[in-house]
Design a protein around this ligand. Sequence first.
Ligand code: G4P
Length: 537
Amino acid sequence: MQSAAPIDAAPADDTIARRRTFAIISHPDAGKTTLTEKLLLFGGAIQMAGAVKARGEARRAHSDWMKVERERGISVASSVMTFEYGSCVFNLLDTPGHEDFSEDTYRTLTAVDSAVMVIDAAKGIEEQTRKLFEVCRLRDVPIVTFVNKLDRESRDPFDILDEIEQALALDVTPASWPIGMGKAFKGCYDLFRDRLVLLEKGSKGGLPHEGESCSGLDDPKLDALLPVGAADTLREEVEMARGLCPDFSLQAYREGHMTPVFFGSAINTFGVRELLEGLAALAPPPRPQPTADRAVAPDEAKVSGFVFKIQANMDPKHRDRIAFVRLCSGHFKRGMKLTHVRTGKAMVMHNPVLFLAQDREVAEEAHAGDIIGVPNHGNLRIGDALTEGEALRFTGIPAFAPEMLQKARPKDPLKSKHLGKALQQLAEEGVASVFKPMLGADWIVGVVGALQFDVMADRIRTEYDVPVIFEPTPVYAVRWVEGDDPRTVKAFLDANQSAVAEDHDGAPVFMARNAWHLDKAAEEHPKLRFRNTREPA
Ligand code: G4P
């Protein structure tokens, strides 16, 4: 392993090259909220850090409905956090990854160019980290890892590196190396820049210093600055790590095959600077976005973007929504007229929510890599493209097969049609997946986080005035059925009517009763594909 990575952040005058649009993926409690706050602290956007905290607290009281409602309100504000550090503009996209884990979480990952994976040093890779990682892998999203909570008794760093490599089948290489852990945690050696960064006592509130530059691990400074024996242990461990791990490769990282691993303690604002500088230096600027016909380069003159998330407005009386659009190219300006490709209609961007600049009111423009919020009455859907005329269809914004399924029926059987309409609209908004079985009068609703059932029941009752009952269903999994020959697909659907449904776009799905049922269908119909993701039509 070489000692220094190419730390070479973007030129400040290159609007696109200086942008870093990323998300944090983690399991609940690993420290995402804390790390977000600290990143904002470095970015000078401290006033927003309070909002992050408030959200964290609201989340903990998830059984309290008012709080969830409130959380939905402020999450528009904290869905995208833009801050500057060094020569870079960072767009941090929030991925609610907690009890309220939802489809949004997955889809947000389609709008980023890279991700930071936060791991609790005592717990290693946990379930939700793994799930989110798999979504990143679908798009080869480059991942920087932050191993958090080194100030607590943790696993051995070698164990952690090994686990990441084994559990995620990803090459790992340390970007820093911890010196001690728990009460004996002293700090880290920054392997990319040869700097010794020591944990400062009482640095929780402010920014820690930059650390001590060293000429390398042999620098006698290390012996002088560290407790007796610690420098030698550091040297031995790093040597061993270098022997075990491959060299850092910018290409392998950018292609999503390798993750550089930083160690730190978010609560002590420790390791955060190194992480941020690592992102500035290594994380990719806005990447070309695939469409059905061609890739859209970020430096193209004309504006284009796609909707990756829909947020219902707070006032249930108005069915207003905010569509979050990831800009893929061009220079966006408030008041622009864009084409809504799916309907062919023109939309004037009168009141876009722009996240660039801390004072949101004065932000008037945005560039490739930025996110804009477009208020609308429900005509914008996930996956929709907005362009200056070209009929682009962005790909790689899939729907994910939900993991939890329930049957939905109205309390009042006469309200079945109303319920259908409500479910259709919520599905378009991306709150959940909704399937209408070929046979029978019920709907099957699928979510990726159990709390979404409560969110739906509450919204259907308050916004559509239809009390709804969710009940267990024998359906174990749904898979979109695809095949090259439409006749083969039709023959399968006709022969399996009791196990077939349509999603809200009318695409056919197979409803398996159990894993065996699913395997058997796949085995018996080799010409069909049973997919757990689907691109919007
Ligand atoms: P999340 O968003 O990933 O769910 O995690 P969050 O930041 O809320 O952190 C979860 C808990 O872990 C919090 O404690 C937080 O203070 C703690 N934590 C975060 N980073 C570190 C760290 O580097 N070291 C240590 N020791 N703890 C850390 P809590 O008790 O649940 O909440 P709080 O009362 O402290 O806010």
